[in-house]
Design a protein around this ligand. Structure first.
Ligand code: ADP
Ligand code: MG
Length: 408
C-alpha cells in the first residue's frame, strides 16, 4: 500500500479539477552554460506530472529553486531563463510569473485558462524558503487549491515549498516522486533478499553514514573505489601512495565489526590495478595482489579477477543498491571494474533475477559510460537526497506527504 497520496486520488479528494490551481514543486535547478540549458533531464522527469494535471484542466503553477541566491533577487538566477527549455520539453506554451505569492500571482491565475502552465520565480529569492517560514508557505498556498511534490531531489530539505506548504494544502506525490519512492522502497525498504550494496567513490569520510546504515540493512556490502583503500589499510595492507584516509582506520574497523554483528558480508578487493602516476594508460600500469602494492604505487581500480568475483556475488542476490564507482573511472583503463560489474548487474536485471537501483552524480555518469543506465531497474538522479535516503534518514519532503495521508 502506498504511504502517500498520488495523482490517482486527486479526483477522489477534490472532484473535477478543471480550473483548480495546482502548485507543483519540481526540480528546475538545471545545468546552464552561457544562458542556455545544457541538460533537460530534470524537466523531462516532471513532464508527465505537469502534463497530466494540465490535461485534467488544472491551472499548473510550477514552484522551483535555482542555484543559491541566499534569499535575495538577482537577474542571473531568475527562473525566467528556463522557460524556453520547459516549453520545448512540454510542447506547450508556458507563462512566467516574477513572484511566488501575492497579487501578481493571483492576477496571473486570472489570465490562465484551465490546462495552462506557468513558472513562478526562483523560490530561493525569498529568505523564508530555506527557513521554512510558515508565513511564506501560507502566502504561496493562498493562491493554490492543492500541492503536488514532484521533486524528490529537493525532499531532503525542509523548505517552505518542499515541506511547509504540504502542511497547509491537500498534498500529493507527483509521478516522478512516486516512481522514485516506489523504487527506493523496493531496494531498501522492503527488498527481496539477499540484498547487495555496492559503495565506492573517493572517500570513506563522505559516506560514513551510508556505510554505517547499510551494514545493518544488506546481506552483502561490496566496497570499492578509494574508500576500499582505507579499509584495506585498516586491515594492515600497505596501500602505498593510494588515496587513503589513514586516520579513519578505527572507524573502518568499527564498520567491519558492525557488519559482522549484523550478518552482513563485506567484500573488499583482493586484487587491484595500480600505477605510479595517475594518468591515462600509464607505463607503470599493472595488476597485482593487494599485498604486493609498492610504496610508490597507487590503487586506482579493482582488478579483473576481483571484479568477476563481485559479479558472482551479485548472481546470488535479488536486489542491488549502488552508489559510487569502483575505480577512478574517468581515466582509462581505471573504468574497467566499474564497467564490468555494471554490465553484470544490467544483464541480471534484464534476465529478471535482480532489482537494481543506483544513484549519485558520478555513479550515474559511470553507468552511462558503461552503456547500461537504461538496463537498471531504477536510476536516481537525486544526488544529495539519494545519499540521505541511503543513510536511512527521513526526508522531510517525503515524511510530510506520509503524515498528511495519515491525517486524511
Ligand atoms: P557519487 O558522485 O556517485 O556519489 P563519489 O563522488 O563518491 O561518487 O566518487 C566518485 C569519485 O571517486 C570519482 O571521481 C572517481 O574518480 C573517484 N575514485 C574512485 N576510485 C578511486 C581510487 N581508487 N582512487 C582515487 N579516486 C577514486
Ligand atoms: Mg560525486
Amino acid at each position: 500500500m502506498a504511504k502517500f497520496r498520488t495523482l490517482d486520488t486527486v479526483g477522489d479528494d477534490l472532484g473535477d479539477i478543471t480550473g483548480k490551481v495546482a502548485l507543483v514543486r519540481v526540480d528546475l535547478n538545471l545545468p546552464m552554460n552561457d544562458g542556455s540549458v545544457t541538460d533537460d533531464t530534470r524537466v523531462r522527469a516532471s513532464a508527465p506530472t505537469i502534463l497530466e494535471l494540465a490535461d485534467k484542466g488544472a491551472k499548473v503553477l510550477l514552484l522551483a529553486h535555482f542555484g543559491r541566491p541566499k534569499g535575495a533577487r538577482n537577474s542571473e538566477q531568475s527562473l525566467s531563463m528556463v522557460v524556453g527549455c520547459v516549453q520545448e520539453v512540454l510542447g506547450r506554451e508556458v507563462m512566467f510569473v516574477p513572484e511566488v505569492a501575492g497579487d501578481v500571482v493571483k492576477q496571473a491565475i486570472g489570465i490562465l485558462r484551465p490546462g495552462d502552465i506557468a513558472i513562478l520565480e526562483n523560490t530561493r529569492f525569498w529568505p523564508g524558503e530555506e527557513k521554512n517560514d510558515p508565513e511564506l508557505a501560507k502566502a504561496i498556498a493562498a493562491n493554490g487549491d492543492f500541492y503536488v511534490n514532484d521533486a524528490f531531489s529537493a525532499a531532503h530539505r525542509a523548505h517552505a515549498t518542499t515541506e511547509g506548504i504540504a502542511r497547509i494544502l491537500p498534498s500529493y506525490a507527483g509521478r516522478s516522486m512516486e516512481a522514485e519512492l516506489v523504487a527506493l522502497e523496493k531496494a531498501l525498504g522492503d527488498p527481496e533478499r539477499p540484498v547487495a550494496a555496492v559503495v565506492g567513490g573517493a572517500k570513506v569520510s563522505s559516506k560514513l553514514d551510508v556505510l554505517q546504515h547499510l551494514v545493518t540493512q544488506v546481506d552483502h556490502l561490496i566496497i570499492g573505489g578509494g574508500m576500499a583503500n582505507t579499509f584495506l589499510a585498516a586491515r594492515g595492507v600497505n596501500v602505498g601512495k593510494s588515496l587513503c584516509e589513514h586516520d579513519l582506520a578505527a572507524t573502518a574497523e568499527a564498520i567491519l565489526e558492525a557488519a559482522d554483528k549484523s550478518g552482513c558480508t563485506v567484500h573488499l578487493p583482493y586484487e587491484v590495478v595500480v600505477s605510479k602516476e595517475f594518468a591515462a594508460n600509464p607505463p607503470s600500469l599493472r595488476t597485482c595482489n593487494i599485498h604486493e602494492v609498492a610504496a610508490d604505487e597507487m590503487i586506482l581500480d579493482v582488478g579483473p579477477a576481483s571484479a568477476e568475483a563481485l559479479g558472482d556475488v551479485l548472481k546470488t542476490c535479488r536486489t542491488l543498491v549502488w552508489n559510487g564507482p569502483l575505480g577512478a573511472f574517468e581515466t582509462e583503463p581505471f573504468d574497467r571494474a566499474t564497467v564490468a560489474l555494471a554490465r553484470t548487474a544490467a544483464a541480471l536485471t534484464r534476465e529478471g533475477s535482480l532489482v537494481s537501483v543506483a544513484g549519485g552524480g558520478d555513479t550515474v555518469a559511470a553507468l552511462n559510460h558503461a552503456g547500461v543506465a537504461g538496463d537498471f531497474s531504477y536510476i536516481s538522479t537525486a544526488g544529495g537526497a539519494f545519499l540521505e535516503w541511503m543513510e536511512g534518514k527521513e526526508l522531510p519532503g517525503v515524511a510530510i506527504l506520509e503524515q498528511r495521508l495519515q491525517q486524511g
